[in-house]
Design a protein around this ligand. Structure first.
Ligand SMILES: [Zn+2]
Length: 80
């Protein structure tokens, strides 16, 4: 796993939004720095990061919306 914190392709995130069909709609591993083992691992890492961010930012009464946001994220799953 090469250490490229400033990867020019993904800016260090380790994932990119991939082009499939006719629009950018799929989370894919960055093949330049190969920070993650594959598309699924990249997606799982992103989902975990989103979940953490939402939980940190949300008020307790907002938490019921978090599952909805994660459902939207599922649209970008690499193997849906
Ligand atoms: Zn990269």
């Amino acid at each position: 796993m090469p250490d490229q914190p400033n990867c020019p392709a993904c800016k260090g995130r380790g994932w990119i939004l991939g082009f499939t069909g006719n629009c950018y709609d799929q989370i894919q591993r960055c093949d330049v720095c190969t920070k993650f083992d594959g598309d699924e691992a990249a997606y799982q890492a992103l989902e975990a990061a989103v979940r953490c961010a939402l939980l940190l930012l949300a008020q307790p009464e907002d938490r019921k919306h978090i599952e909805g946001v994660l459902e939207m994220l599922q649209q970008f799953h690499p193997f849906r």
